[in-house]
Design a protein around this ligand. Structure first.
Ligand code: NAD
Length: 278
């Protein structure tokens, strides 16, 4: 099946599918099957990371799909322990080798890890990798405004993307506004709030019933209408199919207001200001 997912246009003119497939916590041995199922269902964008230890299985599925390379959008991320110019160059080569690719579409600094003090040097290596044509776009993940400002001040390429935790309980309004001002696309991780309770919230269930859709589809549709890039994860084939089927309905102003009211500024993951784990 070909993809029905429309793209967002990044600040360098590159098209990125607005909805992709995330593979965090999918063991390498399972990743090949899960990514193959996603590609079959029409996903063309896959989000992995060195620290997920499933770049190999992900790469196998991409190769086995027979899809032309230019139809795929592959993201991977640099782990904290590899920050720094030389270490980044080595880590990127290792990621490409595991993926079996000669370029990625998007390479992200996984966390700012401010206590390491290496984000600028790391990003200079990213600029070199981009100049070599080995990462079509470069960006960051989990960067707070202060981290972005420091990076933009010290380097030449504005990140194409900031991938941050974002779901109805953590709506990240200020961050999204700042990204929009800077031309940075906002990509939502844990877009379904990891499924934990969010999909049973009565307001979301009611909107789902009204549209004859599932709660997961309502939440993903909310992201799409907000303009977020979104990368839901599932290893269950029926859910993989369900999660990409969000282009045949529209939330109205009343639905959007009801979801807007669910914001609690509550994180499921670590606060990037103090996360320096290597
Ligand atoms: P998610 O919000 O996508 O939730 C995934 C979970 O929700 C599944 O494990 C399942 O339990 C449930 N689920 C999925 N589809 C469902 C459906 N249709 N109905 C009911 N339940 C469903 O959580 P996530 O995996 O944490 O985030 C998605 C992706 O974001 C990851 O796979 C990864 O690629 C990325 N991510 C990035 C970072 C980062 O630091 N950059 C951190 C976490 C996740």
């Amino acid at each position: 099946m070909s993809s029905k997912v429309p793209p967002v246009i990044l600040n360098n003119g590159v098209e990125m599918p607005q909805l992709g497939f995330g593979v965090w916590q999918v063991p390498d041995a399972e990743a090949e099957r899960a990514v193959a199922t996603a590609l079959e269902a029409g996903y063309r964008s896959v989000d992995t990371a060195a620290v997920y230890e499933n770049e190999t299985g992900t790469g196998r599925a991409l190769a086995a799909s027979g899809l032309p390379r230019e139809e795929l959008f592959v993201t991977t991320k640099l782990w904290n322990s590899d920050q720094g110019y030389d270490a980044t160059m080595r880590a990127f080569d290792a990621s490409l080798a595991r993926l079996g690719l000669d370029r990625v579409d998007l390479y992200l600094i996984h966390w700012p890890a401010p206590a390491l003090g290496k984000a600028v040097d790391t990003y200079r290596a990213f600029e070199k990798i981009h100049a070599e044509g080995r990462a079509t776009s470069i960006g960051v993940s989990n960067f707070l405004r202060e981290h972005l400002e420091r990076l933009i001040e010290a380097t030449s390429i504005i990140p194409a993307v900031n991938q941050i935790e974002l779901h109805p309980r953590l709506q990240q309004r200020e961050a999204r506004e700042f990204h929009a001002q800077q031309g940075i696309a906002t990509e939502a991780w844990s877009p379904l709030g990891q499924g934990k309770g969010l999909l049973e919230v009565p307001a979301i269930v009611a909107i789902a019933q009204k549209h004859g859709r599932t709660p997961a589809q309502v939440v993903l549709r909310w992201h799409v209408q907000l303009g977020n890039v979104v990368i839901p994860k599932s290893v269950t084939p029926s859910r993989i199919v369900e999660n990409i089927d969000v282009y045949g309905f529209e939330l109205d102003t009343e639905d959007l207001a009801a979801i807007s009211a669910l914001n609690e500024n509550r994180r499921l993951g670590p606060d990037p200001a103090g996360f320096n784990v290597t």
